[in-house]
Write a protein that binds this ligand. Structure first.
Ligand code: NAP
Length: 259
C-alpha cells in the first residue's frame, strides 16, 4: 500500500534502537525524511547511516536527551517544522509503590508525560497552519492494564493519555491527528532488561523468564519493532486522517478484555 507520505519530514524521538527505530524504518520505507534522536551518538549515527543506505531518504541525527529542555531545544532546532512527530523516551524503572517519592514521580512525569506534551506544543502550530500533520505517541499497554511494578509508568502515561484525548479533538479540525500506540511486550533492549529483573528476583535464567512471559501472550511470542513501526507508519499515512485520539494496543492479545 502506498502510504501517500513520500517527501514528508518526521521527527522520531528516542529512535536509535527498539520501537522508535522500528517507527523510523517504516516511515523511511514510505519515503519520509527523518530527524532521529537518542542520547548515545555512536549507535544513533549507525542507525542513521543504515536507514540512509537502505531507503535513500535524508536522515539527520541529533544526540541529545529528549527529556531535558536543552536536549529538546537541540532536536526541535534541527527538525524545523516536521509534518510528523513520533514521541518516545526510555521508560521509568520498576519498583514497589513504597519506593517512590515526589522526586521519582516528577522525573517520570517529565520524561513520559511533559516531554511529549512539550514536543506537541512546539510542533502542532506549524502543522495546523499547513492543514496537515500526524502525531503518534509511544505509550504502553500499562495505560489499559496496569503493570504493578511499573507504577511510575502507569501514572505518567495515564496523564499523557488524558491530555491526548482532549487535545486531539482540538487540533483535528486543522487536519492534524494525534494518536497513541500502546506496546505490549516487544523484543527490544527494554524487554531484555525487564526479563533480567524478573530472572534475578525469581532466581531463574533470562531465557526461562522470557519463556514464562511468552506463555502468557495468546500469540506466544513477543512483538517485533518492525510490526510496531508498520502500525506507526499507517497512523502517519494519508489513509489515517479519520483516526483521532485513539489508543491502539499492540500486545498479541495479552490484555484480556472485550473492548
Ligand atoms: P529500547 O529498546 O531500550 O530503546 C530505547 C531508545 O530510546 C534507544 O534508542 C535509546 O537510546 C533512546 N532513549 C532512551 N531514553 C532517551 C532519552 N532520554 N532521550 C533520547 N533518547 C532516549 O526501548 P523500547 O523497548 O524501544 O521502548 C520504547 C518505549 O516504549 C519506552 O518508553 C518503554 O517503556 C515503552 N514500552 C516498551 C515495551 C517493550 O516491550 N519494549 C512495552 C511497553 C512500553 P539512548 O539510550 O542512546 O538514549
Amino acid at each position: 500500500m502506498d502510504l501517500g507520505i513520500r517527501g514528508k519530514k518526521a521527527l522520531v524521538c528516542a529512535s536509535s534502537k527498539g520501537l522508535g527505530r522500528g517507527c523510523a524504518e517504516a516511515l523511511a520505507e514510505a519515503g519520509v525524511d527523518l530527524i532521529l534522536n537518542a542520547r548515545s551518538a555512536g549507535p544513533l549515527e549507525e542507525t542513521a547511516e543504515s536507514i540512509r543506505s537502505r531507503f535513500g531518504v535524508n536522515v539527520t541525527a541529533v544526540a541529545a536527551d529528549i527529556t531535558s529542555e536543552e536536549g529538546r531545544a537541540m532536536v526541535l532546532d534541527a527538525a524545523g517544522q516536521p509534518d510528523i512527530l513520533v514521541t518516545n523516551a526510555g521508560g521509568p524503572p520498576p519498583g514497589m509503590w513504597t519506593d517512590w517519592d515526589r522526586e521519582d514521580f516528577i522525573r517520570a512525569l517529565d520524561a513520559n508525560m511533559l516531554t511529549p506534551i512539550a514536543l506537541m506544543k512546539a510542533c502542532l502550530p506549524p502543522m495546523m497552519e499547513r492543514g496537515w500533520g500526524r502525531v503518534v505517541n509511544i505509550t504502553s499497554q500499562s495505560v489499559k492494564s496496569p503493570i504493578a511494578a511499573l507504577g511510575l509508568s502507569n501514572s505518567a502515561r495515564a496523564g499523557l493519555t488524558g491530555y491526548v484525548a482532549g487535545t486531539s479533538r482540538q487540533v483535528a479540525p486543522s487536519g492534524v491527528t494525534i494518536n497513541n500506540i500502546l506496546p505490549g511486550i516487544h523484543a527490544t533492549d527494554r524487554a531484555i532488561s525487564l526479563d533480567t529483573g524478573v530472572a534475578k528476583s525469581q532466581g531463574i535464567d533470562v531465557d526461562t523468564a522470557r519463556a514464562q512471559r511468552e506463555a502468557t501472550i495468546p500469540v506466544r511470542r513477543y512483538g517485533t519493532a518492525a510490526e510496531f513501526g508498520a502500525m506507526c507508519a499507517f497512523l502517519c499515512s494519508q489513509h489515517a486522517g479519520f483516526i483521532v485520539g485513539q489508543n491502539i494496543l499492540l500486545d498479541g492479545g495479552a490484555g484480556n478484555s472485550t473492548l
